[in-house]
Design a protein around this ligand. Structure first.
Ligand code: M6R
Length: 593
């Protein structure tokens, strides 16, 4: 059961793995550097206990070694724990424990917690843990078992996700529901500053100060096959192909072309007057979600005419941003747990901004703390490279831009055009997915290259960035995204007969300008791959290969142009034999700053 759960969670970190169970009056454990499958081979059928913990690691403190892998133990091997997060007062704690004579065997911050608990252990496990917690600064999601009380598992949450699974005479705790979703659909999301004790007969949730907290379980709404590969070789490919259905879910009940409706229920906390009088929007996010924010910026400025800025969440809180109650601050995050985005949200709230979260994971910290916002309803995204989360984030941004635009002088004609095209997007993506065989034909151009460029203009500039990010993170080909016209200010120096350049050249108001950029690349013998509009008969003679997407309102073209770029990155990575769903050094949700 533990190994099965770990396999489901492996996408969140995968440099080493380990588990510990209470068995025959002792804590038995095993750890490996590498994947859960290696741990599985090592463990075989040896462990038979009924209480255990397990972990896959994404290294923060200390290298990728067996001693640094979790679980960690106290000196007497009577306490075992797994930890997500970072203990910020690590140095001071380590010094303190060393002075007290503790023998510390790893370089991790996590091991110190087990030693600290041991300091306070006097038979009452919960009290000892609570006293130890008062010394910890930083973030921690902890699962702890002890020989003092071999029927009790303690779960602790501070700044790192933790959710309980309430089964039939069985109880679970994990950083993500997918770890135990095949055993129970009843879940309790712990909040920061809360902990839980689980025994074979029940559970109790309480604060760190031991005040009981009563919370009714929520129910998981998605089906178990959402976290299976369903016949695809990789989750990423499955998720690329799921985009039409994911988008239908995002749009459902929010967009009705026949009724002229585009409305996010999640922001009804703000009155129409408040939304009408907004002076500014700030959107903050990381990685792919930041690219969705850039697309959102174009949409909001174009349709709602509201000045919009996009900020890297990791920079936002450290530069004393100017935000107040005239600002709507939007935070986009698939996982809803990204530490940088969460910190930015807290900063904006503290400064009095109206806030809104756009998250995929229901019950996640950003969704909960934002209070107001919309879920993308893309279903679980397991592949580390984000795909369906991106297109559904763009869909929520489009609805928001239409909704604000409607309140702020957007012409009925434009409103209807965008709305009518928006509802067609899932079907149009289905058509784009049919270009998969043509995308595969391009792979040899990239398979042996170490560099490539992605160019786009206007609302397709963020798609150039996203295409480049997909390529570099899963195939390890260095890829740069650039606004097409910026190329001549520097990157053009890189172009020669070995440089593939992907140009998004759809027929929109800047099409002729992009064709000029293509000519500049041709003149320097670059190898050009174009993402073009169906029916464009000019482009084929100018480029080595063109992939055609259906015609749609220019503002909505990112939904279509991104799909061949996702497929391209996928097939290049597959041809190179890369570990597509678990690219090196990455993790699905980055819960450390
Ligand atoms: O869960 P989030 O959307 O907050 O994650 C943000 C980024 O870490 C994420 O988009 C990352 O860039 C992906 N690996 C991109 O494919």
């Amino acid at each position: 059961m533990l190994l099965e759960g770990l396999k489901r969670l492996e996408y969140r970190g995968y440099d080493s793995a380990g588990l510990a169970v209470i068995q025959d009056g002792a804590i038995q454990s095993e750890k490996v550097v590498g994947r859960v499958s290696q741990l599985d081979e090592l463990v075989d059928d040896r462990f038979t206990g009924v209480l255990g913990i397990a972990h896959t690691r994404w290294a923060t403190h200390g290298g990728v070694t067996v001693p640094n892998a979790h679980p960690h133990f106290d000196e007497k091997h009577r306490i075992a724990l797994v930890h997500n997060g970072i203990i910020e007062n690590y140095h001071a704690l380590r010094e303190l424990l060393l002075k007290k004579g503790h023998k510390i065997v790893s370089e991790t911050d996590s091991e110190l917690i087990a030693h600290l608990i041991a300091e306070y252990m006097d038979g009452n496990v919960v009290a000892a843990i609570q006293r130890a917690l008062t010394h910890l600064e930083g973030t921690f999601g902890l699962l702890i078992l002890t020989l003092e009380d071999p029927n009790r598992l303690i779960a602790v949450r501070q700044g790192s996700p933790l959710v309980l699974g309430i089964g039939d005479n069985e109880y679970f705790a994990a950083s993500d529901v997918s770890a135990f979703a095949q055993h129970t659909r009843q879940v309790v999301y712990l909040r920061d500053g809360e902990m839980a004790e689980l025994t074979p007969t029940g559970y109790r949730t309480m604060t760190f100060a031991d005040r009981t907290v009563v919370r009714r379980p929520d129910e998981i709404t998605w089906e178990i096959d959402a976290i299976e590969k369903g016949g695809y070789d990789h989750f990423m490919l499955k998720e690329i192909f799921e985009q039409p259905s994911a988008l239908r879910n995002t749009l459902a009940a929010r967009v009705r072309a026949d009724q002229g409706l585009a409305r996010l229920g999640g922001i009804t906390a703000y009155s129409d007057d408040q939304l009408r009088s907004l002076e500014r929007v700030i959107i903050s996010a990381c990685g792919t979600a930041w690219h969705a924010a850039l697309v959102g910026e174009y949409m909001l400025e174009e349709l709602a005419r509201v000045p919009t800025e996009v900020e890297y969440a990791s920079e936002f809180r450290y530069r004393n941003p100017i935000v107040g109650e005239e600002t709507l601050a939007i935070f986009i995050s698939q996982s809803g747990e990204t530490a940088d985005t969460l910190a930015a949200l807290r900063e904006a709230k503290a400064k009095g901004a109206h806030v809104m979260g756009i998250c995929n994971v229901v019950g996640s910290t950003i969704a909960t703390e934002a209070g107001t916002g919309s879920y993308t309803h893309a279903g679980p995204e397991i592949g580390v490279a984000s795909t369906k989360a991106f297109t559904t984030q763009m869909a929520v941004m489009t609805i928001l831009a239409l909704q604000l635009g409607h309140l702020r002088n957007l012409s009925l004609e434009t409103y209807s055009t965008i709305l009518n095209d928006l509802v067609k997007i899932p079907d149009l993506i289905e058509r784009v997915l049919e270009t998969d065989p043509q995308v595969r034909e391009i792979v040899p151009i990239f398979e042996h290259t170490t560099n490539c460029l992605y160019l786009g203009r206007g609302i397709n500039f963020p798609i150039a960035l996203e295409g480049a990010l997909k390529m570099k993170e899963i195939s390890y080909v260095h890829a740069e995204g650039y606004p097409a016209a910026e190329m001549k200010h520097g990157p053009i120096a890189l172009i020669d007969e070995n440089m593939p350049v992907v140009v998004i050249a759809i027929q929109d108001p800047v099409y002729d300008k992009v064709i000029s950029n293509i000519e500049e690349i041709r003149a320097r013998k670059g190898r050009i791959i174009a993402i073009a509009t169906e029916g464009d008969d000019r482009i084929a003679s100018k480029v080595e290969k063109a992939i055609y997407v259906p015609r749609v309102a220019p503002l909505l073209t990112p939904f279509l142009t991104v799909v061949p770029l996702q497929l391209l990155a996928y097939h290049v990575a597959a041809a190179k034999g890369c570990d597509i769903d678990k690219p090196r050094n990455l993790a699905k949700s980055v819960t450390v700053e």
